[in-house]
Design a protein around this ligand. Structure first.
Ligand code: SF4
Ligand code: MG
Length: 277
């Protein structure tokens, strides 16, 4: 059972949840709730937005200000909320397809604007809810219902994409490394700007079965064995990183935050009585 402080963040009246046995989404939700508890956030000051997909059902289970929106568009809603009430803590949870395909444009422009929003991307390499179609994060040669002979497209590196688009905090964790993931979400929320946490998780039903990855426990073991801590990368040769992924804090910088700049603009225009010059 989660701790009492975490239980306060759950809408238990909506349980049981919809997730399959062995799905990693519950672990990531728990990490998110632990991060909110660690930061002493209040439900009435915390917004959690989502789009469509298995992971996007998550805000419904959380006792905060939640909004379950349309596919790929949750960052549009989150942007409006943050602009109207910049003092709120705004978190956007998205699946890999939701974020990088349907919502790809919203994602890169929210990053470019450096809105003070924390995104947690539930990266299970597949569209889980709709039956296992490949997403922009499906690895090459993987099988999917829409790639029965093996996937021939190169996937995005979500961290590199986020950094190139202008995100100011980028990190990667996994469902296996739950405590690290909690710490990364805490830092992402604390960082004043657009934060991206790539949360690698397992979908044993729509991805694992097709790719013969074994049970949910086997998939968690794969996360454990494939993850390389960011601080170890400098000492490794490129060939040692083949088939691995880096976890931890990957990038951090500072840049003007959009809502703060917008407030300054309003103050400047008011001072001049609405005149341009
Ligand atoms: Fe989780 Fe996959 Fe089941 Fe969706 S289909 S709930 S992602 S295991
Ligand atoms: Mg997915």
């Amino acid at each position: 059972m989660p701790r009492e402080e975490v239980m306060k963040w759950l809408r238990t009246r909506f349980f049981p949840h919809i997730w399959c046995p062995g799905c990693g989404h519950g672990v990531i939700m728990h990490a998110l709730l632990r991060s909110l508890t660690a930061l002493d956030k209040k439900p009435e000051e915390t917004v959690i937005a989502s789009g469509i997909g298995c992971s996007s059902r998550m805000p419904g289970y959380i006792n905060a200000c939640t909004v379950h929106t349309t596919h790929g568009r949750s960052l549009g809603f989150a942007t409006g909320i943050k602009l109207a009430k910049p003092e709120l803590t705004v978190i956007d949870v998205m699946g890999d397809g939701d974020c990088t395909a349907i919502g790809g444009n919203h994602f890169i422009h929210a990053a470019r604007r450096n809105l003070d929003i924390t995104t947690v991307i539930f990266n299970n390499n597949i569209y889980g809810m709709t039956g296992g179609q490949y997403s922009p994060l499906t690895p090459m040669a993987s099988k999917a219902t829409t790639a029965p002979f093996g996937h021939i497209e190169r996937p995005f590196d979500i961290a590199a994409l986020a950094i190139a688009a202008g995100a100011t905090y980028v990190a990667r964790g996994t469902a296996f490394h739950a405590q690290l993931l909690t710490d990364l979400i805490v830092k992402g929320i604390e960082s004043k700007g657009f934060s991206v946490i790539d949360a690698i998780t397992q979908c044993p039903i729509s991805y694992g079965r097709k790719n013969k990855m074994g049970s949910a426990a086997d998939m968690l073991a794969w996360q454990r064995d494939s993850a390389v801590p960011a601080q170890a990368v400098a000492k490794m040769k490129p060939e040692d990183l083949q088939g691995k992924f880096v976890i931890g804090e990957l990038y951090r910088t500072t840049a003007p935050e959009y809502t703060a700049e917008y407030d300054k603009l309003i103050a400047r225009v008011y001072k001049k009585g609405g005149k341009e010059n």
